[in-house]
Design a protein around this ligand. Sequence first.
Ligand code: PLP
Length: 361
Amino acid sequence: MGKIEPQPGIMDIALYQGGASHVPGLSEVIKLSSNENPFGPSPKAIEAVRAAAGSMHRYPSTDHAALRAAIGEVHGLDPERIICGVGSDEIIHFLCQSYAGPGDEVIYTEHGFSMYKISARAAGATPVVAPEHDRRVDVAAVLAACTARTRLVFITNPGNPTSTMLSADELGQLADGVPETALLVIDSAYAEFAAGYDGGAALATARDNVVMLRTFSKAYGLGGMRVGWGYSQRGIIDVLNRIRGPFNLSLPALKAAEAAVHDRAFVDSYIAENARLRVWLADRLADLGVPSDPAQANFILARFADAAEAEACDAFLQSRGLIVRRVNGYNLPAALRITIGDEAACRKVAEAVAAFKGADR
Ligand SMILES: Cc1ncc(COP(=O)(O)O)c(C=O)c1O
């Protein structure tokens, strides 16, 4: 490229690996690799998108006031402290771009979501990994990894791909313990699936150094629409809004999210079904010698004897049209992350693992 060079860090980025959605040679597959809602979006969101179609020649709202008001109403939060993004991915990006640069450090945990590292590098900052303990975030290890250069500390809660979580007390310890120059970011993409968890909302309300991230991609079934949001003190939201593109969210995306957040019956019924099937599947697999930690999200992390067995089971599941997620990139080579599908999908996974283990004979 001669003298035309990208900014430092960018060529160190390993491209994000999304969940697979095809198996060569199979036309019918069940995709359990991206933690999507198996029941699709709310019918009210579909209707809202249809209704918006005739207005697609108009620019969408730039301040997202109606969506922020809807989120604020449902969650009991001040809409002025909310920012909406193209998925929570975009807000992760805004945070890194706004608060971390060359010489600064961005902490995430051993099995934490991969976008933190990508966005930290994109900003020219240095990603720093804190070890986890038995697939759970280790508060002491995170605090020990902090230095005077730490600017952001990302915690996925519940964890992806671990499905484990920290308590409100532990999150409070992190907020108390991070350096004064650092923001604690609680990425609660799966908060809805964890009974009794507010996603870190109370902590982010009370503390100036906490950001909560949420998404419409999981519980609300709007992954294809790309809508996420962040909640923090007004000063932080003001900073992030300065680098946000004025029309980052499309009109259909805004309308879909507004309708979805108001359809409580739809999301509550998915959450209840997920909680039921998550225990059912985990118990079945445990009986087959495939344990998992008590899961708090819409997936389980199934553990095998070693990486070779996980790889062989993955191939066997694929041969039956079941696509789950290898998590080698998250330092979990002996595990498979399995999204909780509908009941038929969960039964198929249990039957396939039984056949793989030779327990069906
Ligand atoms: C922990 C976590 N955070 C953030 C995201 C990004 O979600 P989105 O950009 O779809 O809102 C995901 C998606 O898989 C995730 O698992």
